[in-house]
Design a protein around this ligand. Structure first.
Ligand code: SF4
Length: 195
């Protein structure tokens, strides 16, 4: 059914995605209360970049986006769980943002000119950690990394667990009791709205 989008799936996998899949956008669950979690308790990344609240448009905007963008490409990266508990999580975040940004740019080239990608985590700590502030927030200037940084799904209230379930993928990889920490797996996800 989605043969025209197969090149995007192949691109995502070639760039490091463990899985990539196209779903109908009406399967994306958006909850105001999930976006509220960025504020209460306040995330340390709140307000730090143009990709996080209060600088992103939020759940109402995303609900409208699903109407104009009928399909979405979902990406899951399965990784050792310990990576997310160490500084290696920054490397994982960079891969995720770059992956989503590349798929978005390719989708645009394929004619889905209004495609837009969403990742996870703050681009301030991933790409601009050596700068005092986000250039877009502080100076209303251009983003330093427009080909890499994408907004975080959290600020839009996107239910990421539901997203993964909608693809028929696992959200828990550690069923075996007593599995050593170094053998446990976790995941991160991103999405590209295709329109
Ligand atoms: S300038 Fe840096 S912190 Fe600001 S949006 Fe771009 S990548 Fe993110």
């Amino acid at each position: 059914m989605n043969n025209d989008l197969d090149p995007l799936i192949q691109l995502a996998v070639s760039l490091g995605a463990s899985k990539a899949h196209i779903i109908s956008s009406d399967k994306i669950v958006v909850e105001d209360q999930l976006a509220q979690k960025c504020i209460e308790p306040q995330c340390e990344n709140y307000g730090q970049s143009f990709s996080c609240p209060p600088h992103v448009e939020g759940p109402a905007f995303f609900r409208e986006l699903t109407k104009s963008h009928p399909r979405a490409l979902i990406i899951q990266l399965v990784i050792p769980a310990l990576m997310l508990l160490s500084w290696e999580r920054l490397g994982v975040g960079k891969v995720l943002h770059e992956l989503v940004a590349n798929v978005e740019l390719e989708a645009r080239k394929m004619g889905y000119a209004r495609s837009s990608g969403f990742a996870g985590g703050s681009c301030k700590e991933l790409f601009c950690q050596d700068h005092l502030s986000c250039r877009r927030v502080e100076e209303n200037g251009p983003c330093r990394h427009p080909d890499l940084a994408r907004p975080s799904m959290s600020g839009y209230g996107i239910d990421v667990f539901q997203l993964i379930k909608s693809c028929g993928w696992k959200t828990n990889f550690n069923h075996e009791e007593g599995l050593p920490a170094e053998d446990q797996l976790s995941w991160v996800a991103g999405l590209v709205m295709l329109g």
